[in-house]
Design a protein around this ligand. Structure first.
Ligand code: OGA
Ligand code: NI
Length: 345
């Protein structure tokens, strides 16, 4: 618990275990780029087309007019700030755990195995089922509005994700409920990522390059930059759009669409002056759900490019992150593992 970054009064220097060799930290190629913005209040046909176009070109896009009230987003930001800045350490000590199997916990770094390398992030990670029932009974009670605000945010944001999946089905010619049921029925994860200011942003990363392992992710970020995405072989910085969700496809969606939609690598850079907090909702399959390319995407000319495995097995095989193994040095070994795992004979 003492090693949590947000509890240290300030950091004079970056400890060695956080330092990434400079050749593995290529700078972003550009000034911040605005990801395509999908206005969900448009006609269904327009929204379908916009999601598919943005998804195919970038794998990442932002959605506005998504129906989650602005006030709730502001309350969510305020409660997250209270949790990290105001709640005394003693009140959160019981949440701290390095046990990756625990569904609800507070920790530093990533959920990947990193071989001891550390990342400049603290994380409050909470799981729930849908419908919620008593699945949030282990969630923290403090600050006092946390439960109420987190639950509302989590349920409504998951709802936006499910609607996006239905729109995608429509756009892709799948039946509208294709992703309902076990494919999206695993625990939903709410991750509150907190990146404190870092004394030397040129040597440490907030999150290593990775593809999300789930089905679809919705991210609410504040105004502070940090998220970078691979585009056309380079890293680009994402310009945050106030009130929007950043949406990206997880690897399970890449598998189901037989690679038509790609799960794109992203990373989080640190920053010397401003703390950054982001809130992510991860929708994922049930552990024992078999995920493979949908028949609708297969034909004699389009054989399956991915194996069909349970989501649980996928996660276990896909849990190690090691920087710098790619020839471009842009990415981690995750894509290689995926290739090895899926190699079709
Ligand atoms: C993640 C992630 C980005 C961010 O949690 O998987 O990519 O900006 N987060 O916190
Ligand atoms: Ni991610």
């Amino acid at each position: 618990m003492e090693n949590m970054l947000h509890l240290a009064p300030c950091h004079a220097s970056v400890p060695d275990c956080f330092v990434v060799p400079p050749d593995q930290l290529p700078p972003a190629a550009s000034a911040a780029v605005s990801l395509p913005v999908v206005d969900m209040s448009g006609s269904r046909a327009e929204v379908c087309r916009a999601i598919l176009d943005a998804g195919r070109e970038f794998g990442f896009f932002q959605v506005v007019n998504h129906g989650v009230p602005e006030q709730l987003l502001r309350d969510m930001e305020a409660v997250c700030d209270e949790f990290y800045y105001e709640l005394p350490a003693a009140e959160k000590a019981h949440l701290y755990s390095e046990d990756k199997q625990k569904p609800n916990r507070l920790f530093s770094g990533t959920t990947y195995e990193t071989g001891g390398h550390k990342y400049w992030m603290d994380c409050l990670r909470l799981a729930f089922t849908f419908p919620v029932g008593d699945s949030t009974s282990e969630w923290p009670h403090k600050p006092h509005r946390l439960r109420e605000v987190f639950e509302k945010f989590a349920v409504l944001t998951r709802g936006v994700g499910m609607e996006l999946l239905r729109l995608l089905c429509e756009a892709l010619g799948l039946r509208p409920d294709y992703f309902d049921g076990d494919l999206s029925g695993g625990d939903v994860i709410l991750s509150v990522n907190h990146y404190p200011p870092c004394p030397n942003p040129s040597v440490a990363l907030g999150l290593p390059p990775h593809c999300d392992r789930n089905l679809i992710t919705l991210l609410h970020t504040g105004p502070v930059h940090g998220l970078e995405v691979v585009y056309d072989g380079d890293w680009i910085k994402v310009e945050p759009v106030p009130g929007a969700f950043v949406v990206n496809f997880g690897l399970q969606l890449e598998v189901v669409t037989n690679g038509m939609l790609k799960s794109v690598e992203h990373r989080v850079m640190t920053n010397a002056t401003l703390a950054r907090t982001s809130r992510a909702i991860f929708i994922q399959p049930k552990e024992d759900c078999l995920v493979g390319p949908a028949e609708e995407f297969l034909s004699e000319d389009n054989p399956p490019c991915y194996r069909t495995v349970t989501f649980g097995d996928f996660r276990r095989m896909h849990s190690v992150v090691k920087l710098g193994s790619s020839s471009l040095n842009l990415t981690t070994n995750l894509k290689d593992i995926q290739k090895g795992m899926y190699q079709m004979n």
